[in-house]
Write a protein that binds this ligand. Sequence first.
Ligand SMILES: Nc1ncnc2c1ncn2[C@@H]1O[C@H](COP(=O)(O)OP(=O)(O)OP(=O)(O)O)[C@@H](O)[C@H]1O
Length: 274
Amino acid sequence: MTSIAPAETVLELRDVTFRRDGTQILDGIDLTVRAGEHWALLGPNGAGKSTVLGFCGALTFPTSGTVDVLGRRLGRVELQELRRHIGHVNPRHPVRSPLTVTEVVLTGITGTLELPMRWEPTGEEVRRAHDLIHAVGLDERREARWPTLSQGERGRSLIARALIAEPRLLLLDEPTTGLDVAAREQLLETIDGLSHSAPELASVLVTHHLEELPETTTHALLIAHGRIVARGSIDDAVTTETVTRAFEHRIRVEKADGRWSARAVRERAGAARS
Ligand SMILES: Nc1ncnc2c1ncn2[C@@H]1O[C@H](COP(=O)(O)OP(=O)(O)OP(=O)(O)O)[C@@H](O)[C@H]1O
């Protein structure tokens, strides 16, 4: 009998705690993300999602416990080097000058906000930027300047920017916030496309909204008050019971055509009397 080796571990948090100003913000967080897995990090406001993402992105150190990103332990390696292998999509990414979409994508190679003075991309790098812009569906906007882009176009540009450095881990921090329904669906389609175009890539996506989960999400970590409520394959971890517990509100979770939705369970006065 042949056994298939588990995919390589990309990210491992073990018994992580985080304390600030005498307040316990995270407690007992364990998480293992392997190559090719797409995790959702879910929970109510203030649950600790951004703090967890800060560890995943090698931005924050835990108070106790260990964080290994791409096989290297935070606290023992140079963070700047590690961050080069992590794609971080932050919708609040501050682009201050009117760069074109192509230029913004190229800043993913230099890891900077602006194109550094005296830095010239090679022809191959420009070709790669154009290929990614094509992959996120922005061919016609490739020379458009940042201030003229819609929120959705910015989101898709930032995914191309994150991917140009060929990361092994992609972090998406509420990527669909503020998008209208069509722009949200286009962005989710772009994210879903990654499981074909970059099958080894692992991702962690933060959201409050189940409707904003890409269909290709494989796993979920649900947290509330800095502690794990559920963790595992998405279908086991995201249920009416776990979401109700995490959000401390009666919520019905449904899945149809690969997508999730959540609604509050309402007591109807008439129904209650009959
Ligand atoms: N450096 C810090 N110092 C003090 N408190 C902090 C710090 N960082 C986070 N917190 C607190 O920790 C809690 C968790 O914050 P975090 O931003 O991780 O939550 P979140 O789940 O991402 O919330 P939201 O959904 O509202 O963005 C919050 O109560 C926040 O105020």
